[in-house]
Design a protein around this ligand. Structure first.
Ligand SMILES: Cc1ncc(COP(=O)(O)O)c(C=O)c1O
Length: 388
């Protein structure tokens, strides 16, 4: 198999991630519960995991990082547990994933908030003046929320500039780092980020079912899930203060420690080394696809402003059919369709094409994986997709 679906989930994982997951599942108990030594050891490891993520994202106080079941859970928390009043506003971008846009739409339906969408165009991907004029003309806006990078076309948003604008106007900034954590530098202080949602299973090379939410001291959220926190057990009321007020119920310690091991591995390997490898393969992929006249690439092709994610279509072919043929005949695993981000497909004009075929590169991708995709497309085209 040639695995080119790392924007969905990275595969394989570093060997040490599998080891940590296995060993912690066998030998550690969930912290905050029980008196066994394994529970106390678990508590120490949990603290170390928080510190590892804090170092990666330049978070001053690791206790402001709470573990969640993934980026979707983290974004839902950040958006749904915010104390919205009817009429409050939020700015989002035109290329958001459902994990961010659906909770925003839900708050619009149920709490009466307004949402403003900053448009995307290939020529001017992220118009900072559009953010600025919305912030100036709508004092009711409370939060700006954007993805750091598109999961469909890989375009990178200028998060530091957007965060700075949000802060100049006294607004909170929420960033969905699902496509950037472990790919690009993410620094909550330098990028003016108040809340950061992170998945474990993508470029932090951890397992599925785990992620994290950083919440700065400037943010006060309501509780999202109520239950046992391991603290205040004798009281009926629960405090929503992170991390305990977020990590409600028995937490998935093996997944958390495996994610932290992935994050540790990313730091040991070095973001710049990972990035260099991925950008080299991205350039190979883009130039290979550009050689094929029947292939249309969406979004800009400037590697300096992209994560290693490429969306394309083949003239006259349904993306889903192309995806299936690539796997069935050539063992190339990628993703075809809307990638849970129809807003992005509306923005790039692929919504009526059934979305796009998306190839995405990770640290374990090799040049022959990229070459296999380009060659397979050429072969399928030479057969004129006759077996469709
Ligand atoms: C941009 C973006 N946001 C959020 C998510 C959701 O992440 P998770 O799978 O951790 O819930 C994804 C995953 O595909 C994504 O690409």
């Amino acid at each position: 198999m040639h695995y080119l679906d790392n924007a969905a989930t990275s595969w394989p994982k570093p060997e040490t991630v599998y080891t940590v997951m296995d060993q912690s599942f066998r030998s550690l108990f969930s912290p905050k519960r029980g008196t066994a030594k394994a529970a106390r050891l678990g508590a120490n490891q949990l603290q170390a995991a928080r510190q590892t993520l804090a170092t990666l994202f330049n978070v001053a106080n690791p206790e402001r990082i709470s573990f969640t079941s993934g980026a979707t859970h983290a974004l839902n928390l950040a958006i749904q547990a915010y104390p919205w009043q009817a009429g409050d506003g939020i700015i989002i971008s035109a290329i958001e994933h459902h994990a961010l846009s659906r909770p925003v739409r839900k708050m619009a339906r149920e709490k009466g908030i307004q949402f403003f969408v900053v448009p995307y165009t290939d020529a001017l991907p992220f118009d900072l003046t559009a953010y600025e004029s919305l912030l100036k003309s709508h004092p009711e806006i409370k939060m700006v929320a954007t993805t750091h990078a598109s999961n469909v076309i890989g375009s990178i948003l200028p998060v530091a500039e957007i965060g700075s604008l949000a802060h100049q106007h006294g607004k909170l900034y929420l960033v969905d780092a699902a496509q950037s954590a472990g790919v690009l530098p993410v620094d909550v202080q330098a990028q003016h980020i108040d809340m950061l949602a992170v998945p474990g299973h993508k470029s932090l090379y951890g397992p599925p079912g785990v992620g994290a939410l950083y919440i700065s001291e400037a943010v006060q959220l309501n509780s999202f899930i109520e239950g046992g926190t391991g603290n205040d057990s004798g009281k009926h009321a629960m405090h929503a203060t992170p991390p305990d007020g977020i990590e409600v119920g028995t937490i998935p310690l093996p997944q958390i420690l495996a994610m932290a091991e992935g994050a540790r591995w990313v730091q040991e390997m070095g973001l710049s080394k990972i990035h260099h490898h991925e950008m080299t393969l991205l350039a190979q992929l883009l130039s290979g696809l550009q050689e094929i006249p029947e292939v249309t690439i969406y979004g800009h092709t400037d590697v300096a402003h992209k994560t290693p994610v490429v969306s394309f279509n083949v003239m006259g072919q349904e993306p889903k059919v192309v995806g299936e043929r690539l796997f069935d005949q050539y063992g190339i695993a990628l993703r075809a369709g809307f990638h849970c981000a129809p807003m992005a497909h509306e923005a790039i004009g692929s919504i009526h094409r059934g979305g796009t075929v998306r190839a995405s590169i990770g640290y374990y991708t090799q040049p022959d994986d990229v070459a296999a995709l380009v060659n397979a497309l050429k072969k399928l085209l030479s057969e004129s997709f006759s077996r469709v």
